[in-house]
Design a protein around this ligand. Structure first.
Ligand code: NAD
Ligand code: MG
Length: 393
């Protein structure tokens, strides 16, 4: 039995992971489930799965969960806070860690999993964007296995598994073609973008996801973060990653080789496919996903991304070129801007402005230690919050 810990179990990726595991109860057992504040959902998941541990990031929520589980006679041990998340990520019974917390909060527990040499199923791209080389070094040093869950990176991995070990150049790869749907505003007139609402931004045409990544998909910051993620995962530079708009979200990304071959991975847009691939790798598992009906799809379209419409894509590339803590600063500013947009305090078009100004004003430096990365993350959040207050006034 493989012991699985799911960080962010109540979210969109967490729920899909449990769905895949539920089809293979003979193969996987759930060691720990975690959530931020959603007591009701985590309590139900604990009653369904009887994990050894449950962790709530919020202390008072942990107390409420403990009481519910006690009343129901479940003997799951309840832990709280970042220490609790790190403890279950490192735990000796945990073989695989699904890193599916959203945002910077995922960094410490995901890093703990790397340092404990676990197989990491990485959905939490923000942790890699923040800590880059430090994270990759921890994976190498402790012989952890890092498998991408992000559908694009999972597709790339499927199209060049050898490049993971041997590197981009040795495998004869010339470029990554990172596909993007373009989100809900691909064709919205530019002069109407300032008035789009959080609900419109979260209504993704092809995927059902958490609200933060949905807004990131609408601004295409998500694709920008994914360019950075691809550079770290596949040991390459942004000029070897071409973003391709592909509105149908059927091809999840492609790899171009020096002999002219292009390999792509196709499937219905359903996160259970990359989750099952990473859980089973190098084997394959039944994931409950419908077979792809090419006759129904009939056509696939491609177009270049419009950087005037999607300035966040340009900003992410710029941050990666700057290097060091610039990508942590970009990520932190974006998290604040997205949160404040979702709270109705700033406009959709302010998100890129907040990120651009923060990146220009908060100095970046070599990301040599975790302390430096976390300090620059805090500085960027503070700068972005002040800017939001001015914009909202
Ligand atoms: P979500 O909002 O649906 O779920 C987030 C989970 O993280 C929840 O369980 C929540 O309780 C937990 N969480 C939130 N804040 C936390 C905190 N401060 N401390 C501890 N736990 C916290 O998000 P999601 O859509 O499942 O996305 C999760 C991650 O996966 C993100 O990094 C996202 O970019 C990535 N991802 C998601 C998808 C998708 O299809 N949903 C696809 C690719 C990548
Ligand atoms: Mg993705």
């Amino acid at each position: 039995m493989i012991g699985v810990t799911i960080l962010g179990a109540t979210g969109s990726i967490g729920v899909n992971t449990l769905d895949v595991i539920s089809r293979h109860r003979d193969r996987f057992s759930v060691i720990a489930l975690t959530a931020n504040r959603n007591v009701k959902s985590l309590a139900q998941q604990c009653l369904d799965w009887l994990p050894r541990y449950a962790v709530m990031a919020d202390e008072s929520c942990a107390e409420r969960l403990q009481k519910i589980l006690q009343d129901k006679g479940a003997d799951t041990e309840v832990l709280a806070g970042s220490e609790g998340l790190q403890l279950v990520a490192r735990h000796k019974e945990t073989d695989y860690v699904m890193a599916a917390i959203v945002g910077a909060a995922g960094l410490l527990p995901t890093l703990a999993a790397a340092e404990a040499g676990k197989r990491i199923l990485l959905a939490n791209k923000e942790s890699l964007v923040m800590s880059g080389q430090l994270f990759i070094d921890a994976v190498r040093e402790h012989q952890a296995e890092l498998l991408p869950i992000d559908s694009e990176h999972n597709a790339i991995f499927q199209c060049m598994p050898s490049a993971f070990k041997e590197g981009f150049k040795k495998s004869g790869v010339s470029r990554i073609l990172l596909t993007a749907s373009g989100g809900p505003f691909r064709t919205t007139p530019l002069n109407e973008l300032y008035k789009v609402t959080p609900d419109q931004a979260c209504a993704h045409p092809n995927w059902v996801m958490g609200r933060k990544i949905s807004v990131d998909s609408a601004t295409m910051m998500n694709k920008g973060l994914e360019v950075i993620e691809a550079c770290w995962l596949f040991n390459t530079t942004p000029d070897h990653v071409q973003v391709v708009l592909h509105p149908q979200s059927v091809i999840h990304s492609m790899v171009e080789y020096i002999d002219g071959s292009v390999l792509g991975q196709l499937s219905n847009p359903d996160m259970r496919t990359p989750i099952a691939y990473a859980l089973a790798w190098p084997e394959r598992l039944q994931a409950g996903v419908d077979r792809l009906d090419l006759f129904d799809i009939a056509r696939l379209d491609f177009e270049p991304p419009d950087l005037e419409r999607f300035p966040c894509l340009r900003l992410a590339r710029e941050a990666m070129q700057l290097g060091g803590t610039a990508t942590a600063i970009l990520n932190a500013a974006n998290e604040i801007a997205v949160e404040e947009f979702l709270n109705g305090h700033i406009r959709f078009t302010n998100i890129a402005e907040v990120v651009e100004t923060t990146l220009a004003h908060v100095p970046h430096r070599a990301a040599s230690t975790l302390e430096i990365i976390l300090a620059d993350d805090v500085a960027a959040r503070e700068y972005a919050r002040n800017m939001v207050q001015e914009l909202a006034a």
